[in-house]
Design a protein around this ligand. Sequence first.
Ligand SMILES: *[C@@H]1O[C@H](CO)[C@@H](O)[C@H](O)[C@H]1NC(C)=O
Ligand SMILES: *[C@@H]1O[C@H](CO)[C@@H](O)[C@H](O)[C@H]1NC(C)=O
Ligand SMILES: *[C@@H]1O[C@H](CO)[C@@H](O)[C@H](O)[C@H]1NC(C)=O
Ligand SMILES: *[C@@H]1O[C@H](CO)[C@@H](O)[C@H](O)[C@H]1NC(C)=O
Ligand SMILES: *[C@@H]1O[C@H](CO)[C@@H](O)[C@H](O)[C@H]1NC(C)=O
Ligand SMILES: *[C@@H]1O[C@H](CO)[C@@H](O)[C@H](O)[C@H]1NC(C)=O
Ligand SMILES: *[C@@H]1O[C@H](CO)[C@@H](O)[C@H](O)[C@H]1NC(C)=O
Ligand SMILES: *[C@@H]1O[C@H](CO)[C@@H](O)[C@H](O)[C@H]1NC(C)=O
Length: 397
Amino acid sequence: MFDTPGLVCMILWYVMLFHPLHADIQCMESDTQESPITNVSVDWRKMELSWESSRNFSEFRCIIMDRGTEYIDTEVDSPLCSFPLELHMLMHKGLTFVIEVPNTNISKQCSFLPGGMKGSAIENFFCVIYNIFLMNCTWQAGRDAPADTQYFLYWQQSRGEEDMECELYIQDENFRNVGCIFQNVSIGTEKAYFLVNGSSNNSLIQFYDEYIDLYKIEILTAPLNVTAHCTRDPMSCIIMWHPPLTSHVENTKCFQYEISIQNKDEPTEEKRLPHVRNDRYEFQNYNEKKRYTLKIRARGKNCLVSSNWGEWSEPIEFGQGKDYFIFVILFLIALGTISITLLLYCLLKRYCSFKNLFPPIPQPRDKFNALTDEDIQTEYVNLPTKSHTEKITTIEE
Ligand SMILES: *[C@@H]1O[C@H](CO)[C@@H](O)[C@H](O)[C@H]1NC(C)=O
Ligand SMILES: *[C@@H]1O[C@H](CO)[C@@H](O)[C@H](O)[C@H]1NC(C)=O
Ligand SMILES: *[C@@H]1O[C@H](CO)[C@@H](O)[C@H](O)[C@H]1NC(C)=O
Ligand SMILES: *[C@@H]1O[C@H](CO)[C@@H](O)[C@H](O)[C@H]1NC(C)=O
Ligand SMILES: *[C@@H]1O[C@H](CO)[C@@H](O)[C@H](O)[C@H]1NC(C)=O
Ligand SMILES: *[C@@H]1O[C@H](CO)[C@@H](O)[C@H](O)[C@H]1NC(C)=O
Ligand SMILES: *[C@@H]1O[C@H](CO)[C@@H](O)[C@H](O)[C@H]1NC(C)=O
Ligand SMILES: *[C@@H]1O[C@H](CO)[C@@H](O)[C@H](O)[C@H]1NC(C)=O
């Protein structure tokens, strides 16, 4: 359509004073004679194209297209076209407008060409939302940007709202702005619009713009209050949690969870359970003799919630583990030893004298004075019968 021969005859420039970007709108006309369509202008905030016509036409047709040849046309009976704000066409790539009068050869094509020095626009623009309300946007200076270039970020939480400048820039070592921290972001249903322009004393700096669905760039926080309660009968653990907090989603059905369970004795073996949609899971392969660590993360499902996995919850431990059994066994052994010792001590104290058991004999002794084994036996037999006698015998051996 734009290659029609005879179309390009005259080029007019309208400096767009209402938009502070370094850009001009450049129009071509279809006729050597002065076109009836003049004074073309664009209100970027409202996405309105307006013009003046020296002749009364009953109808006009407007077309907007971007580099990707995406286009939309509307028909109006007055010299003003409003394009939908939801088009989300990027201005830094350039836009083309066409105003036509149906059933005539009259048309006017105008292009919005961003000005500025090539390679001076920022690169690698990237934003992320974290901790529910915080957002970081970062970028790199244009490769060919002059050393004194400073960049400024403006944004609209949804298109058509007032421009807001970044309140807290992230700067590099040369005090050049290379990012912005937003401290109170709430995620809406509309795409947010970002524009980074720049200034330098030597050259005009190209701007960059982008539309972002804020919910898509959120790193979800971890699910809250993760707990595990195990029972022996039936042998299972009930794992429960609360959905992560977000600035915009109340519906608990909007999340999907991944549960990771790790046996503490085999840290390399991590079990990722199938994704679940509710906030409760019954872990049935539970082995009482083992100890486990558990963590959970969330992602969005079906709603306007990021479909990327969020942060893992702090690992919690559950299950009794081998340690517990060893502890119990050690405890029982210790208890047994202590009670036997105590018992023996009491018995010995009561019925024997240490002298009898361990006589201080190192010297040779008088065969007839010394007690013989038979004597001890006699003494022993004379003891009142008690249930503990057997144990004493053991010790004597
Ligand atoms: C069109 O624009 C020119 C210059 O910008 C101005 O002088 C002229 O008055 C405008 N025409 C109309 C009809 O407003
Ligand atoms: C266009 O029409 C209006 C009334 O509809 C009239 O007042 C005006 O003079 C007309 N202009 C031209 C240039 O014909
Ligand atoms: C439009 O241009 C064609 C030739 O390109 C010509 O034949 C036709 O008469 C023109 N129509 C009008 C309404 O000027
Ligand atoms: C956001 O920026 C701050 C300051 O540069 C930094 O400390 C923080 O780690 C960034 N957060 C993310 C998620 O990139
Ligand atoms: C955060 O923004 C909301 C509206 O978006 C506002 O009601 C609230 O007061 C703000 N909080 C702070 C700490 O600025
Ligand atoms: C950058 O854009 C904003 C908003 O459109 C404007 O207010 C500001 O003057 C511009 N700055 C430069 C250096 O072009
Ligand atoms: C431009 O030069 C003036 C004076 O020399 C200086 O104050 C200003 O900071 C410079 N601007 C930039 C973007 O370097
Ligand atoms: C999580 O537990 C804390 C107390 O431990 C409680 O104050 C908080 O309300 C709980 N969070 C949710 C989402 O229930």
